[in-house]
Design a protein around this ligand. Structure first.
Ligand code: PA5
Length: 490
């Protein structure tokens, strides 16, 4: 099996200079910090209660019971045989991993051409926005009797997902009658949340209605593709065990303490040095592959929600060493690199100008695919492009982009993917998750919560008169209105 590789030559000073690149001395200086971060992360991963309580259970997902996986594989294949269309409802971590898998592992134009789908259903994603136009158009054009709905929400409370589910439920009910619940499957927490209550009630009325799959405890949304995304993989005809094999192979590489053996640690360490000491606060993620753009979007969420934090993390431990993390309200850090997802070669005619000549405040991570599933060769002739293949040209463009950045002393690195397969994609996902977790250790923030996302939700709930809004929150909203003066609106 050919594994993905991490090429970090262009993050180092010998290529981009000491002002903008990492020196071996800087890596050496950090060795104690790296050792402490490794030992802490390893202890958390090896301690089941810490893993679950603090949100690191995702590290064990690639090692899940084969029987459970086979059941999900069969269920997905059954649904795929029975329905022409599947709508997945979910947002954030309950959407981006699925979309990333869809685009990476299915052929382009999958929905448009049945030969490309190989008998599998068309796949649509909804509930990831409150924009009314997409869901209206979709429901107007699908047949309820031919459509199955998978709703995904860990909390079971997310507004976007709830709104979409109610819309789709009504549409299904109007189309197929009272048995509509048999065309809905929920992936949610085993115990809590409105969605779980709904499942329980529906199943009491009709055991065939609202089937459900559990979301495991201790796995946050953005780290849960290998849990909540499995049914989707089965529906699109991907062998889950191949994704797991790749993720396991990466998990084994990422268990090493040495940054020279552990690609995720090296990625995190280099990014952290450049961020903390050389002003590289923008994280450009640029796959040279159309299919991997959604994986870059997934990474953008992973990085932003995991590491963009106001407070430093306070760690305390009980007598058994079990940890509790809390935000240190006396230590405002406002950290986190800002992700930008783009794609080569498309964005060479857009963002690349700024990458090369704009402020030198970013690192660029490329994903380079060595072998594509299909290729096109240009006809022979006199032109310099004659006889060349697309794959040759896209790889040359990636190489040229590296060169252009290095020439201007812009640090960049490349993840080399032998071919995008379920195996290498599984490796990729785990690599980024582990790199983000390790970066969280180096920054000393909680990489597994997202308190900043709550404030917009609270404002909406307050305005929607949701019961149970606390007096403090209501006061805070009333006392801090956004001032809108008409003279400042042109
Ligand atoms: O990573 C996360 O935890 C979030 O992005 C959530 O996935 C997102 O907010 C959706 O939440 P839920 O799955 O509870 O509907």
């Amino acid at each position: 099996m050919h594994n993905i590789k991490f090429d970090f030559n262009n993050m180092l000073s010998f290529n981009v200079g000491e002002k903008h690149g990492v020196t071996t001395g800087e890596l050496q200086k950090l060795s104690k910090t790296i050792q402490v971060a490794h030992e802490h992360l390893k202890k958390l991963i090896d301690t089941p209660l810490d893993r679950i309580n603090l949100g690191l259970e995702w590290t064990k997902l690639p090692f899940q019971d084969k029987k459970d996986i086979q059941e999900i594989q069969s269920l997905g294949e059954q649904i795929a045989r029975d329905y022409k269309n599947i709508i997945f409802l979910g947002i954030g971590g309950s959407y981006l991993g699925l979309k990333a898998a869809q685009d990476a592992l299915c052929p382009p134009y999958y929905n448009e051409f049945s030969a490309l789908r190989k008998g599998n259903p068309k796949v649509y994603f909804e509930g990831n926005n409150l924009d009314p136009e997409t869901i209206s158009a979709l429901l107007l054009n699908l047949q309820p009797s031919e459509t199955f709905v998978v709703v995904i929400s860990k909390s079971g409370e997310t507004t976007e997902t709830k709104v979409a589910l109610e819309t789709v439920e009504r549409w299904l009910k109007q189309g197929v009658g009272d048995t509509y619940g048999q065309q809905i499957l929920a992936i949610t927490d085993t115990e809590s949340g409105t969605l779980r209550s709904k499942v329980n009630q529906a199943q009491a009325a009709d055991p065939l209605g609202y089937r459900s799959l559990p979301l495991l405890h201790g796995v946050g949304g953005r780290y849960s593709e290998l849990n909540m995304g499995l049914l989707h993989l089965a529906i699109i005809g991907v062998k889950i065990k191949e994704v797991f094999a790749g993720a396991r192979a990466m998990a084994q590489r990422c268990a090493a303490e040495s940054i020279y053996e552990n690609p995720a640690y090296m990625y995190a360490v280099l990014q952290t040095i450049l961020y903390k000491h050389k002003n590289k606060s923008i994280a450009i993620m640029m796959p040279f592959s159309e299919g991997l753009k959604a994986t870059a979007d997934w990474y953008a969420q992973l990085l932003a929600e995991s590491l963009g934090k106001k407070y430093a993390r306070d760690v305390s431990a009980d007598q058994q060493g079990l940890e509790t993390w809390s935000p240190n309200k006396n230590k405002i850090v406002n950290v986190g690199r800002t992700p930008v997802a783009c794609r080569g070669t498309n964005d060479l005619h857009s963002i690349q100008q700024n990458n090369v000549e704009g402020e030198n405040n970013k690192t660029v991570t490329f994903m380079r695919v060595e072998n594509f599933s299909s290729d096109v060769k240009l006809p022979p002739g006199d032109d310099l492009l004659a006889g060349r293949s697309y794959s040759e040209l896209i790889k040359l463009a990636q190489e040229a982009t590296e060169w252009a950045l290095v020439k201007e002393q812009r640090p960049n690195c490349t993840i080399i993917i032998p071919k995008v397969t379920p195996y290498t994609w599984g490796e990729l996902i785990f690599f980024f998750e582990m790199a983000t977790a390790f970066e969280g250790e180096l920054l000393n923030v909680n990489a597994f919560d997202q308190p900043g996302v709550e404030s917009y939700k609270n404002y909406m709930y307050y305005k929607l008169d949701k019961p149970g809004i606390s007096k403090d929150l209501a006061e805070e909203i009333e006392k801090h209105p956004v001032e809108k003066k008409t003279e400042f609106v042109l």
